[in-house]
Structure formats: structure tokens, C-alpha cells
Design a protein around this ligand. Structure first.
Ligand code: ASP
Ligand code: MG
Length: 407
């Protein structure tokens, strides 16, 4: 018994039959004596369809009107889901983000939640009603409708869980939870029973898109226990929580991959203050996303600087650097596309030497060359040839015995 916040993604409410299925799940949770607040996304791909409609009218839609449009997607699903629950004889109320008391800043299309006035939520809970809230939307202090950025319903759910001190925030999606690696790539990948907020943030930034990054940050900040699970079965999911319990900390929790990597190396860059600033300002001003940056100083007063980004940006990046060359006085540039980034993430690696060595040994044994290495406290990433990515993920997964993690 307690307060449970649930969130169902677009696929889970993609058609009337699925909406009925979600209604049954909500009712089952309610029947166990819990108060339930459910957040839903727009049905199926309807947010994409709304975006396409806007683009058919104008290439440059106003951000305010875009929010006005996109917010309707979630309004469809809350109304239908509430009707489904009512049909089954339960008391229910649907609320838009604004009605649920979700206030945001004024940044249309990617607004941040600033506060939640939980009075309406409390009133409906006290009245014994199931509450269905539109995800991904809020209102500004002056009453304008805003949206929270793609995938924002996760953040809505976590924020509501924090605001009413829910026992858990369950995120229902089309996967069973967070896996040790992509199960499509690694057949013996295992579902993780738990991950820490920090591990989840690293995994999300590496492409494990089960939770919106901002939702994880919010959960971490407010210490909201999150459970990621499937809306299509009753399997236990993955709990995302503070990883402070010692016996729960693993050396390595997962192996992630990014298959769209290009590397650019600038040779013979004079070792003077301001040069790196120049280069990366030039890239940033042209909206080129840079991922890893490695500077080495092999010859004293001269540096080599390598960075990685997406394949589609590499020609543009080369162009920018060519233009900057006379100014920075570098010797040359080299670009390589079709690379992959393979990373391991684990909260326990910060206090255990030898994790990096084990990863590199596994790659060496498979005859795979490492082009670039970078690390953070709980992550080690290697750049290697795209062709070798699949085998690299597998040998690293094997090396750390991730298929033996107990569910
Ligand atoms: N419907 C929105 C989107 O597709 C929000 C969400 O799904 O969380 O991005
Ligand atoms: Mg969606």
C-alpha cells in the first residue's frame, strides 16, 4: 500500500486494445490498495505525425504554437485511458499538465519543470480517484502551454513522484528493463536488477534510451526510486536508485555501443593558450556535436588533438578546421569515418584498479586495435573499427562475466 506513479509510453497506449490493457494494469495496482497516478505519452507515433503536419505548413513554426500542437497528443491518450477506466467502474480523472500543477520555465519545446503545485493531485487522491496526467507538458507562470522535450513524459512522471512523495515511479515501456548490453547484439545479455542513477545517466548518454536523461537527473536530485519495466508482461524490471549499498556496487554493469562515430585528428598544433578554445568554438558555432576530445603532447611544444563526432558531421568539421588552420598554425588534419565507440560503465570501477586493463586485454585477445581511449570515473570508452564493434561488445561482455549477473 502506498502511492505509486506509473508512466506508459506511446507504444503501450498505441491502440484501443492496448489502452484497455493499461487500464487493467492501473486497476490491478489500485486494487492492491495503492493510490495511483498514471502519466501517459501520446499514442504510438502521434507526436511525430503532429511534427510532420507542422512541417507541411511551415519550415519555421513558432515554438509557442508547436507546443500548443504537440501537447494535444497526450490529451488524446489521457482522455481515452480515463474513459477505459471509467468503463470498468472505477473513479478516475484526467488532468493536463497545467491542471496537475506542473509549472515550467518559458523555454518552449524544451521547458524545464520549475515547481509543482500538488494541491489538485492531493485532492483527487484523497477523494480516492485514479489520476491520469498528460506527460511531456506543463504551463508557465503566465499560463502558456509548454512541452518538456522529446521523451519528456518520463520527466513528468518522476517529477510528480517527487512532488507527492510516491513510494516508487514505475516507467512502463516496450522493453523489460535495462540490460547489460543491447540484447539484439549480445544474445546472452542479462537484465540488470538495479542500476545507480549515475550508471543510468552514463548508459543513457551512450544510447540506452530507456529513460529520458533529464528524468534520471531529476530522480537523482530528488531521490526518487524508479522502476523500468515492460507493459506487455509482468516481469520484474530494473530498479534505478542511489547506488550507495556496497554489496550492490558492481565493477561493470554494462557494455554500450555507439555505431556512428567519426574521428578527426589535428596534427602539430602549437601548444599555446586559446588554440583549443578556437577550434572547438568554431565547431560549436556550427552546431557540430563533439563527443570525445583527446589532446596529447608527444613533442613538447606541439600537440595532437583528436575528437569524435557523428559521421554526418565529419565533412563539415573538416571544412571548419581547414579554414582555421592558418590561424592556429597546425600541420595537418586527418579524418576517419565508420568507427564505433564501445564503453563499459560501472560504479565499482572507481575504487578498483585493473578494470581498464581487463577491457583492453579482452580487445587485444580478439585482435582488435584501439584507436582512442577516454575515461570518466565510472566509464571507459574505446574507439575502434565499426566492423569489429559486435565482436568487441561480446568479448568485453564475456570478460566481465555479465551474462552471469543474477536477476
Ligand atoms: N510524446 C512525446 C514524445 O514522443 C513525449 C514522450 O513520449 O515522452 O516525445
Ligand atoms: Mg514518445
Amino acid at each position: 500500500m502506498g502511492i505509486i506513479v506509473q508512466k506508459y509510453g506511446g507504444t503501450s497506449v498505441g491502440n484501443p486494445e492496448r489502452i484497455m490493457n493499461v487500464a487493467n494494469r492501473i486497476i490491478a495496482t489500485k486494487e492492491k490498495g495503492n493510490s495511483v497516478i498514471t502519466v501517459v505519452s501520446a499514442m504510438g507515433d502521434s507526436t511525430d505525425e503532429l511534427l510532420a503536419l507542422a512541417n507541411a505548413i511551415t519550415k519555421n513554426p513558432s515554438h509557442r504554437e508547436m507546443d500548443m500542437l504537440l501537447a494535444t497528443g497526450e490529451q488524446v491518450s489521457i482522455a481515452l485511458l480515463s474513459m477505459a477506466i471509467k468503463e470498468k467502474g472505477y473513479e478516475v480523472v484526467s488532468l493536463t499538465g497545467a491542471q496537475a500543477g506542473i509549472y515550467t520555465d518559458n523555454t518552449h519545446k524544451k521547458a524545464k519543470i520549475t515547481r509543482i503545485d500538488n494541491r489538485r493531485l492531493k485532492k483527487e487522491i484523497d477523494a480516492g480517484k485514479i489520476i491520469i496526467v498528460a506527460g511531456f507538458q506543463g504551463k508557465t507562470e503566465s499560463g502558456e502551454i509548454t512541452t518538456l522535450g522529446r521523451g519528456g513524459s518520463d520527466t513528468t512522471a518522476v517529477a510528480l513522484a517527487a512532488a507527492i512523495k510516491a513510494d516508487v515511479c514505475e516507467i512502463y515501456t516496450d522493453v523489460d528493463g535495462v540490460y547489460t548490453s543491447d540484447p539484439r547484439l549480445v544474445l546472452d545479455a542479462k537484465k540488470l536488477p538495479f542500476v545507480s542513477y549515475d550508471e543510468m545517466l552514463e548508459l543513457a548518454s551512450l544510447g540506452a534510451l530507456v529513460l529520458q536523461t533529464r528524468a534520471v537527473e531529476y530522480a537523482k536530485q530528488h531521490n526518487v526510486k524508479v522502476c523500468v519495466r515492460s507493459s506487455f508482461n509482468n516481469n520484474e524490471g530494473t530498479i534505478v536508485e542511489e547506488g550507495s549499498v556496497m554489496e550492490k556496487i558492481r565493477l561493470v554493469s554494462g557494455v554500450a555501443h555507439d555505431l556512428d562515430v567519426a574521428k578527426i585528428t589535428i596534427y602539430g598544433v602549437p601548444d599555446n593558450p586559446g588554440i583549443a578554445g578556437n577550434i572547438f568554438r568554431g565547431l560549436a558555432d556550427n552546431a557540430i556535436n563533439v563527443d570525445m576530445i583527446v589532446q596529447s603532447n608527444p613533442r613538447g611544444s606541439i600537440n595532437d588533438i583528436s575528437f569524435t563526432g557523428h559521421n554526418e558531421d565529419k565533412d563539415k568539421a573538416m571544412e571548419i578546421i581547414d579554414k582555421l588552420t592558418p590561424q592556429i598554425g597546425s600541420e595537418g588534419v586527418k579524418v576517419r569515418g565508420n568507427l564505433a565507440k564501445i564503453s563499459i560503465v560501472g560504479a565499482g570501477m572507481q575504487s578498483n584498479p585493473g578494470v581498464a586493463a581487463s577491457m583492453f586485454e579482452a580487445l587485444a585477445k580478439a585482435g582488435i586495435n584501439i584507436e582512442l581511449i577516454s575515461t570518466s570515473e565510472i566509464k571507459i570508452s574505446c574507439i575502434l573499427e565499426l566492423e569489429k564493434a559486435k565482436i568487441a561488445v561480446q568479448v568485453i561482455h564475456d570478460k566481465f562475466k555479465l551474462s552471469e549477473i543474477e536477476d
